[in-house]
Every structure is written in C-alpha cells, then in structure tokens.
Design a binder for this molecule. Structure first.
Ligand code: T1G
Length: 690
C-alpha cells in the first residue's frame, strides 16, 4: 500500500487515510491502495468498522484530472466505490476541506458521512464537461431530494456542510475531533445491519414529482454548452427507474462518452492552464507580502481594484484629484461594496468596516505609505508619464509602481518613473472586483523580485495572473484586435454585422463582436485607431466602417445608435438599415465584390485570426504558452470555455497541426483564410520562460 494509504486500527476501527498531496486526487495508485486497504480491513478480525479519511488540507477533491485523456487504469473509481458499499463492515467517510467529484462519490458509497463544519461537498464534473462517473448520479438522489440532486450535479457548486447536513448529503457534522467522531459513528454502525446507499429508495416515493423536476431541469438546461447536462439529467432520471447496477452502467457509458468529447478536453485544458499560468517564472526570488496598497484614480476601474484588494484584507488608500472627485469616489466605493454584499460576494462586515480599511483622499503624498501603488487614471500617455515621474519622486525605492494601462508602453512609463526596476503592469479587467484575469506586464527592466511579488499579489487578491511582455495590447487586446479585424474584413466583404454577431453567439460567445463594440463605445476603439494611425502600414487593408459610424455620431448604445439602433423605449438593440446602407456604400466605393458567408466560415475566419495572433505572441515571447493565451481569452474576453480558448479550439478543430516551428509562424504576417490552415501549432507546453 505504501504510504499513499495509511492503515491504522484504533479500538476496532480501521482508519484508512489517503495521503496524495496537494488535494488527494484519486490517482490509479490511490485507487489501488484503497482497494488493498479495504480487503485488508475485511480480513482483519480486530476490525469491526472502517473510517475513510485523508491527510492534508482536504478529503479527495476528485479523480485525478491529469489522468483523463490517457487510457483508463484499473481499478476504476466506480469499482472502488462499489467495494466500499459492499463492505461487510460499515464504512464511515470523514470529510474535511473540499470533498468534491470522485472524492464525494467515495463518501456517497460509504455507509455514513461526517464532515467538519467548514468543509464543503460537491460534484463539479459539469464544469469539466463531464458528469459524476463513480456512482454519483445514482447514489446522490437516493440520499437527498431530486431538486437538490439536480442542483448539485448541474451547477457543480460546492455545498457547505451545514446545508449538506440539512439536505441529507451528509449524516453529521463534527464540531471537534473529526476522526474520533467518525470512529464513534463507525462503532455505532458496527452493531447494526449495513444500509448500502444502493438499497435506499425513500427519496423515490413521489414518482410524479421526481419526473416533473427532471423535465423542468431538461427545459432549463436545453441550451447548455455541452452534452454533459443532458446526459447527467438522463442518469438522474434513470435512478428510480432502473435497477441500481443498470443505472451505474448507464452512467458509466455516459461518462466515457463525455470524457472523449472536445468540450471535455477544452475544459480540462483551461482548468490546468489557469493553474499553470498563475505560476511565476522559475528562478524568481521569493515575493514580498503586500499589505498596504494605494490606488491612483477612483473611477470605475480604480474602485474595482480597491474593492478586490479590500476583499482580501489589504489596507487601501484611493487618491483622487480634488474634493469633488474624491466624494464621487467614496460614493462609488460604497455602492460597489453594497452591491457585492447584496450579491453575497462579500460579507456584511466588509461594508461595516469600510472606513476602517480604506481611505479616499486628495493627498498625493499618501502614496508614500503604500508598498504598492496601482495607477488607474485615464488612458492618456502624457498624463501617465507625468504621474509616474511624480510617483518615482514621492515613494520609497522599495515601493512597487504598477500601471493598469490597457495599451500604453509599460517600458515608457517605467523610464518616466526614474525607477524602472520597480515598475510593472497590472492590467485588470472591468469590473475589477469580479473579473479574475490580471495580465502581469513585465517590462524589460522590471526587477525579478517585482515580477514575483506582482504574481503573488494578484493571486492574493483572488486573480489569475498571466505574464505578458510589453507590446501594444499585451495578450488579450492583441488577440481581440485580430478578432475584430477578421470580423471587419468579413463585414466589408459581404457579411452583415448582425450575421457576424449571430455566428459568434452560435459559436459560444455571449455577445458578438459588434454587440460588444456598441456596449463598450465605438469612440474608444476609434481613439486608439487614430492614436496608431501614423504607425499603420499604408499597404495594409484598413476598414473604415467603424470610423464612419463614429463620424456620424453613432458611438454605440450610449449614443442610442452604433452598429445597432437602440429602441428609445425598450433600449433593445435593433438591426439598422442605415448601417447596412453605409456599409454597402463603402463596399461600392472600394469596388468590393461582395460574397455571402455561412456562420461556419465566419466562425473559422475569426478563430483562425485569433489563433494566428496567439501564435505570433508566442513567437515574440510576449506570451509564455498557448495555455496562457487561452486563459486570457477565456477569463477576460468571453471566449467560450467549452471551446478551450483560441489556440486549443484551433487545435481541436483541426486548424492547427502539432508542429512547433513557432518562429516560422510568428514571421508569417499573412492573414489566414479558411482555405489555408495554420501549419504550425503553439500547443501547451511551449513555455517561454525567457
Ligand atoms: N486532479 C488533479 N490535480 C488537481 C485536482 C484534480 N481533481 N484538483 C486540483 N488539482 C491540483 C491543481 O492542478 C493544483 O496543482 C493543485 O491541485 C491545487 O489546486 C469520477 C470524473 C480542490 C477547490 O473538478 O476545484 O472526480 O498547480 O490551485 O485554489 O466523478 O483544486 O499545485 O500543480 O485549484 O485551493 C472533479 C477540481 C474531478 C475539483 C482547491 N473535481 N479542483 O482549490 O487549489 S473529475 C474537481 C478544484 C471527477 C469523478 C469525476 C480545486 C480545489 P498545482 P488549486 P485551490
């Protein structure tokens, strides 16, 4: 058994403890060890009951995600669960931490479950494009009501122990020594006939109500992004109708089918890529723990950043220009915190203690009290350069100076500060108190300890940091620009903005590119195009349609018209003949022979453009890996998670072949058309730690 499963007998109870850090994932070795330990306990005459527990911070958090996509190795988890349930001696699961997925399924197969008050249980497989594949869909509805079972499986959200107790997911909560309480429960069960979960049917007494709940769930999840929801509902529906083993077989077939879908591969990719992205480069010094943060600029972004910091225990000073703007910032700060508290994203104590942990001031000199200053003022180059010069003079040499700029050159701001080694980009996304992505933009002179601290700080406030090199737009906005350019070419060549938006929504985006532009304001991207006009390659194709709309005052939703017209009463976006006429006039002026484009071609064009730009980012060393780019696009730009991000999606859809001559691709400036496939691949593992 080795030490991955510890076996200790205490007063007739065999305590089996899994020890597979960091989360006791149920790898093949763990499953094998569990089977052996269960056999040993059955044969051990000194044992009358069994407790299943785990070392470290959590009971198993699930099957080992890293094993998926590889040939399955016996014993399979469902078999281990069946062995637990079939044990002649009662098995009690002692749950702590996050008992999730296959880990919770071990618990469901046990004869009783006891948990610490702080623990949570859940079946998050849906978030991986899967369903519980070790008996969860058959045992869970035998322990709790069908609505709870459907919610646990279809939302994937963890359930706090107190609620789990109320709903029958666990039998007891230990307020003291979990193992001792679990052993006491096990001894109590030892004297009674075992009640395997598979034989319990008390939750199936109301067949009509059960079926109604199933049908309602089917209706609600009809448009789910993957097949997993539908197949999970099928399995839950079967639980009261089929013999238990037939239900298990149905679940197993569904699980194996889902495990091999591209959506499951995509979701697994993002799960692992997000964790990989958040790891700083190897060889960096230990980070400094930052507690005191100053935010320069109390606008929507600055307040969002401040709330993200306050929510994780930082002391925050927000510096505004004058009393009037400071008052507005204070009101904005309170309103954002109130909204977060009302949405249960923040505790009430955060609102009650707001004035204790945050200061809004007009005194620029307060930056001297901070370990980190985050500049979140208007995206104006001259203004930011001036501010960085002032920051360099007003702060200590150890203070880290971060800019939240979306586009401007971090190296330029670093030089302006006079202390380039202390300057780094922390590019948050609005609303910053909610969005998890933070691009950590590392300048050519950013000190290694500053980079390490920036990564640690971003994680400490609940963000996923992704390293980016300095270029116009870093990672996300570079790929977004490529996406929008591809869409504009399609627009000018014959597709309508409405068809392009519809195609990209069908692909999985919540909004199409033109809907997003209208919401963000067309004037913002217009200002950037004008800023970059002198740098633009005169030979490169340029689509003026966005400029023409802005020249006509059509700045988007805020102006009542952009690519769409917004109904004055309902605010609803409507197709606009005027826009179509403007586009047609531009096509004629350019002598373009229009073509029609299917939704699939629109999707492929946009995907190829994003993947192509991603590969260039890799070739330039701006992004460290394909996974990093996918994480940025999924977390910050709404790229559908079940597609895995632009590079993973291009790989899964066969648009990329697995070659690694990235340099060759990076040099290709050609705009790819659907007939040309990207000959190279920037596939995971191609990390650039340079
Ligand atoms: N398998 C392998 N590694 C895992 C893992 C897993 N299930 N869960 C986490 N890790 C690694 C993770 O990659 C990271 O590694 C480290 O643990 C810390 O994770 C049959 C089929 C438990 C809430 O979906 O939700 O069971 O980067 O950074 O923020 O029905 O991890 O250190 O090398 O996320 O404290 C179902 C996934 C699987 C749960 C902890 N289970 N994990 O969060 O740490 S499918 C899940 C989580 C399944 C069965 C089915 C979280 C966490 P590294 P972390 P955290």
């Amino acid at each position: 058994m080795g030490d991955i499963i510890r076996y200790e007998v205490t007063e007739g109870v065999a305590v089996l403890s899994i020890d597979n850090p960091p989360v006791n994932a149920l790898s093949a070795e763990v499953r094998l060890g569990l089977n052996s330990a269960l056999d040993r306990a059955q044969a051990d005459d000194s044992v009358s009951a069994i407790v299943l527990t785990a070392a470290g911070r959590t009971f198993p958090a699930g099957a080992d995600i890293r094993e998926f996509g590889k040939p399955p190795v016996e014993p399979h988890l469902p078999d281990v669960c069946n062995a637990i349930e079939a044990s002649s001696k009662p098995v009690v699961a002692a749950l702590h931490g996050m008992a999730l997925g296959g880990g919770f399924e071990l618990g469901l197969a046990s004869h009783a479950r006891i948990a610490t008050a702080q623990s949570k249980v859940g079946l998050p497989e849906i978030g991986l494009g899967l369903l519980p594949g070790a008996g969860g869909t058959q045992r869970l509805p035998r322990l709790t009501d069908v609505s709870t079972a459907l919610s646990v499986v279809l939302t994937g959200k963890p359930v706090p122990a107190s609620v789990a107790r109320e709903r029958g997911l666990i039998d007891a909560i230990s307020e003291g020594d979990l193992i001792a309480d679990a052993c006491a429960l096990a001894r109590d069960l030892a004297g009674k006939p075992p009640r395997p979960t598979r034989n319990r049917r008390e939750q199936f007494s109301d067949g009509v109500g059960y079926q109604k709940a199933i049908e309602e769930a089917r209706r609600v999840h009809a448009d789910a992004p993957t097949m997993a929801a539908g197949r999970a509902i099928d399995c839950l529906e079967a639980a009261p109708l089929l013999p238990f083993d037939a239900g298990l077989a149905l679940e197993r077939d569904a699980f194996l089918e889902l495990r091999d879908t591209p959506e499951a591969a995509a979701l697994r990719h993002l799960f692992l890529a997000e964790r990989l992205a958040a790891k700083p480069r190897s060889g960096l010094p230990a980070p400094t723990d930052l507690k005191r943060v100053a935010v320069l600029g109390g606008g929507l972004m600055g307040v969002g950043i401040a709330v993200a910091c306050l929510a994780r225990g930082k002391a925050v000073t927000i510096i505004e220009q004058n009393a009037d703007t400071a008052a507005k910032t204070e009101a904005r700060l309170r309103s954002v915190v109130e909204r977060s508290v009302s949405r249960k994203k923040l505790p009430q104590s955060m609102l009650d203690g707001l004035s204790k942990h945050s200061i809004v001031t007009t005194q620029f000199g307060m930056v001297a009290t901070a370990q980190l200053v985050i500049e979140a003022i208007a995206e104006d180059e001259a203004l930011k350069k001036d501010v960085f010069a002032k920051l360099g003079a007003a702060t200590s040499p150890k203070t880290i100076l971060a800019t939240n700029t979306s586009y401007l050159n971090v190296d330029m701001l670093a030089q302006a500060s006079g202390r380039p080694g202390q300057v780094v980009g922390l590019h948050f996304f609005s609303p910053a108190e909610v969005m998890k992505l933070c691009e950590v933009v590392v300048g050519k002179e950013t000190a290694p300890e500053v980079e390490a601290t920036a990564f640690a700080f971003a994680k400490s406030i609940g963000k996923v940091p992704v390293r980016a090199g300095v270029c116009d737009g870093f990672i996300g906005n570079r790929v977004l620009t490529a996406y929008r350019t591809a869409a504009d070419y399609l627009l000018e060549d014959g597709a309508s903005p409405y068809d392009i938006d519809a195609a990209m929504r069908a692909y999985g985006f919540r909004l199409g590119p033109y809907q997003v532009l209208d919401l963000a304001g067309l004037d913002i991207s217009w200002a950037r195009r004008k800023r970059l006009a002198t740098q633009r390659d005169p030979e490169a194709r340029y689509v003026r349609i966005g400029d023409l709309l802005c020249e006509a005052g059509r700045f988007g939703r805020k102006a009542g018209a952009g690519y769409y017209r917004y109904n004055a009463d309902s605010g609803k976006a409507e197709r606009d003949r005027e826009v179509l006429a403007l586009i047609e006039k531009e096509r004629v002026a350019k002598g373009i022979t229009t073509q029609s484009y299917s939704a699939e071609i629109i999707q492929r064009r946009c995907l190829i453009a994003m993947a192509n730009e991603g590969s260039k980012l890799l070739g330039e060393g701006i992004a460290r890996s394909a996974g990093d780019i996918d994480v940025v696009m999924a977390l910050g730009f709404g790229f559908p998670r079940h597609k895995g991000g632009p590079l993973k999606a291009a790989e899964l859809s066969g648009l990329l072949s697995v070659q690694r001559d990235l340099e060759a691709l990076a040099k290709e400036d050609a705009f790819w058309t659907p007939s040309q496939t990207l000959k190279h691949a920037a596939i995971n593992g191609n990390r650039f730690d340079g």
